[in-house]
Design a protein around this ligand. Structure first.
Ligand code: ZN
Length: 272
């Protein structure tokens, strides 16, 4: 997961110098303003909201990055040239107080950054109205239950609704529902407390396992953009992308149907 790596690499560091090479990456600021807001700033907190990486700085500003399609951060040792290291499309560089450099590159130029006052973070429209992430303390079983009670969505669609929970994704929603034995088509509002407790546990568990698998497969420690959700966990999938293959639990063939425009995989016997 991007942010876990970033947090480990950046927390407690200070940005000595920021250089914006593609001005359109930060549409609201000039390269000079951008550099001034980040220069000398300590990195207090590295978090994520949806696809945004949210970095709280010690100087009252918060630096927000939206990776979009192909934006990525990589960390280089001091003195290494991004181009010589095979990094193309470098759009911004950040020299840290340990002399390493954080490089932001973006092949497709969709990435966006902004620097806003931390006190006014709540006013940033693109960050608002997102639910908690599965690992947030806010994503409790009570939280899940109350979102379900007020919803008329099918449970699978609710799990993909970013205003309810962020970043679960199609694969892990399907896997968590399988593990919890819940038919993805069931109305979220009708699920018993007992079933939701189980579902909540399986959501956290399946993500935890995926991250573990992903981090052991991540052979390049400087590759900050993780492989989370990108196939590293594939061998562990129990239903996802297994249409017509036998269920690992009961042997029934895994079925697929389309729900809200996305493929849903499930076992009719194990999921009721
Ligand atoms: Zn089954």
């Amino acid at each position: 997961m991007v942010v876990r790596h970033l947090r480990r690499l950046l927390a407690g560091r200070r940005i000595e110098q920021a250089r914006l090479l593609r001005p359109r990456l930060v549409p609201d600021l000039t390269p000079r303003q951008f550099a001034l807001r980040l220069r000398g700033a300590g990195i207090d907190k590295v978090g994520r909201r949806g696809k945004h990486i949210v970095i709280e700085l010690g100087n009252g500003w918060t630096w927000i990055t939206h990776l979009r399609m192909s934006g990525r951060f990589q960390l280089l040792e001091a003195g290494l040239d991004p181009k010589a290291e095979g990094i193309r499309f470098t759009h911004a560089t950040f020299r840290l107080d340990d002399e390493r450099q954080l490089i932001f590159s973006d092949q497709r130029h969709f990435g966006l950054m902004m620097v806003v006052e931390t006190a006014r973070l709540g006013e940033v429209a693109s960050l608002r109205e997102l639910g908690p992430e599965p690992f947030d303390a806010d994503f409790s079983c009570d939280y899940l239950e109350s979102r379900c009670r007020e919803s008329r969505q099918a449970i699978k669609l609710l799990l993909l609704d970013q205003s309810k929970v962020v970043g679960l994704g199609n694969i892990y929603a399907a896997e968590a529902l399988f593990r919890a034995g819940i038919d993805p088509r069931l109305a979220a509002g009708g699920l018993t407390r007992r079933r939701l407790v189980r579902l909540h546990r399986e959501i956290v568990e399946v993500l935890r396992e995926a991250i573990e698998v992903g981090s052991t497969l991540n052979t390049d420690p400087q590759e900050v953009y993780g492989r989370y959700g990108n196939g590293a966990f594939e061998d562990n999938w129990r239903v996802y992308d297994r249409e017509g293959e036998p269920c690992r639990k009961c042997g029934e063939l895994v079925r697929r149907f389309t729900q809200g425009g996305r493929s849903t995989y499930f076992c009719e016997v194990c999921q009721r």
